[in-house]
Design a protein around this ligand. Structure first.
Ligand SMILES: Nc1ncnc2c1ncn2[C@@H]1O[C@H](COP(=O)(O)OP(=O)(O)O)[C@@H](O)[C@H]1O
Ligand SMILES: [Mg+2]
Length: 403
């Protein structure tokens, strides 16, 4: 049996581990280690990114300080959708709260169906119908609500990190100001692969051409006219420091930071991508090929780059799914940054590293389905281990006892 997995228990239970890395994207792609989990735990950090965490020499931690409720609350009253048993759930404003509980205990119902929907309806004017509840108090502390998930950003293969962050708009302006572009009268739209003018018309800016294979799945070949470069020859003749717009889209964020180090507005966008650990991504990499974790970090980077910050309610449903410890650390650093900018974060989470670091825990259960739907515990981490009905509390205690 071969499993692709980050879950600690699964890794420990495996007979053999194969670790790839060391980094992600262009910085990965090598087999770092192969052998038993015990042997992996003995590897130094220079060899394995996983071993030191298995050995517990490294842990997901936080620089930020623990926060305590300041008297402002966001409270869902009388939640009774699905299996919820007329619960009142109070989320401390300005803190990071973990909503925990076994599968089927009612977490998604409480957070997504009720809290997210009711908040989006009132704050963002969204036309959604929230799940059954009596009322929501404390919305005056918020300006808007944002859900950050691992869904792909945009369904179109034409969207990419450069379009998503609006970096491409800045690049198009920059290319239109190059001497040759001015002489020829090229406007910024010339450097778009979405409209006529500068793009290759044979493939309409796709860089590839679809072959109709009759009964088989469609096949794609590189466009013979532009050789996959997406722009026509005249457009590609315009260069910034020797690079065409196609060359620039082929750069990683890190490489682009070298090229544009004297262009502050572009650097600002690149720096936020780098700060969320996406320095290895290519600017033009099709959004549909990004992993769930990468898409999530891209969304968080956009949130962090907003000029006016604070008073936002962020909701995340199991954000660590598919993430390695290294990625979880990065995610938590980002979430605490958002929290310290005056926002409120609610995460549904099973990962004990994350639950352990949270400021506040709301534990649903005790079981799943009809046996769940109650709030078993609400409070800071210290209290949950003493709550005998809380399976999360017991798991946390065992996890800590292991050292
Ligand atoms: N659309 C639905 N219709 C009926 N029951 C649902 C629906 N969605 C969830 N449930 C039930 O509500 C309970 C809580 O589910 P959910 O909130 O998804 O749990 P969790 O997110 O904690 O795993 C479960 O018993 C589940 O089967
Ligand atoms: Mg759920």
């Amino acid at each position: 049996m071969i499993v692709v997995e980050h879950d600690e228990e699964t890794m420990r239970a495996a007979d053999e581990l194969v670790e790839l890395g060391p980094g992600a994207g262009t910085e990965g792609g090598e087999v770092l280690f192969q052998g038993s989990p015990a042997a992996c735990a003995l590897q130094p950090a220079a060899v394995s990114r996983t071993g030191p965490y298995l050995a517990r020499k490294l842990r997901v931690g936080k620089d930020a300080r623990q926060r305590v409720p300041d008297g402002r609350w966001l409270t869902v009253r009388g939640a009774s959708e699905h299996n919820l048993k007329n619960c009142d759930a109070a989320f401390p404003v300005g803190l990071l709260t973990a909503v925990t509980g076994v599968s089927g205990s009612g977490k998604s119902t409480l957070v997504n169906d009720i809290l997210a929907a009711a908040a989006a309806r009132k704050l963002n004017g969204a036309k959604v119908l929230p799940g059954r509840h009596r009322g929501l108090e404390g919305l005056e502390h918020f300006e808007k609500t944002v859900r950050v998930d691992q869904e792909p950003i945009g369904r179109s293969p034409r969207s990419n990190p450069a379009t998503y962050t609006k970096l491409l708009d800045l690049l198009r302006d920059l290319f239109a100001r190059c001497p040759l572009a001015k002489v020829r009268g090229y406007r910024p739209s010339r450097f778009s692969f979405n409209v006529r003018g500068g793009r290759c018309e044979r493939c309409q800016g796709d860089g590839q051409i679809r072959l109709d294979m009759q009964f088989l799945a469609d096949a794609y070949v590189e466009c013979p006219s532009c050789s996959g470069r997406r722009f026509n020859r005249e457009t590609l003749e315009v260069r910034f420091h020797g690079k065409s717009i196609a060359d620039v889209l082929d750069l990683t964020v890190g490489e682009a930071m070298q090229l544009f180090r004297h262009v502050p507005r572009i650097m600002e966008k690149l720096a936020t991508l780098d700060a969320v650990g996406l320095g290895y991504l290519r600017l033009g990499q099709s959004a549909v090929t990004l992993s769930g974790g990468e898409a999530q970090r891209l969304k968080l980077s956009l949130e962090l780059s907003r000029r006016q910050q604070g008073q936002t309610l962020y909701l995340l449903d199991e954000p660590t799914t598919g993430l390695h410890w290294v990625d979880i650390q990065r995610l938590m650093d980002l979430l605490f940054k958002l929290r310290d900018a005056g926002n409120t974060i609610v995460v549904i989470e099973h990962n004990l590293d994350v639950i352990h670091l949270s400021d506040w825990i709301i534990d649903l259960g005790p079981g799943g389905g009809n046996e769940g739907g109650e709030i078993v515990f609400a409070g800071s981490r210290a209290g949950i281990e003493r709550e005998s009905r809380s399976l999360t509390g017991q798991a946390l205690a065992r996890w800590k006892a292991r050292g």
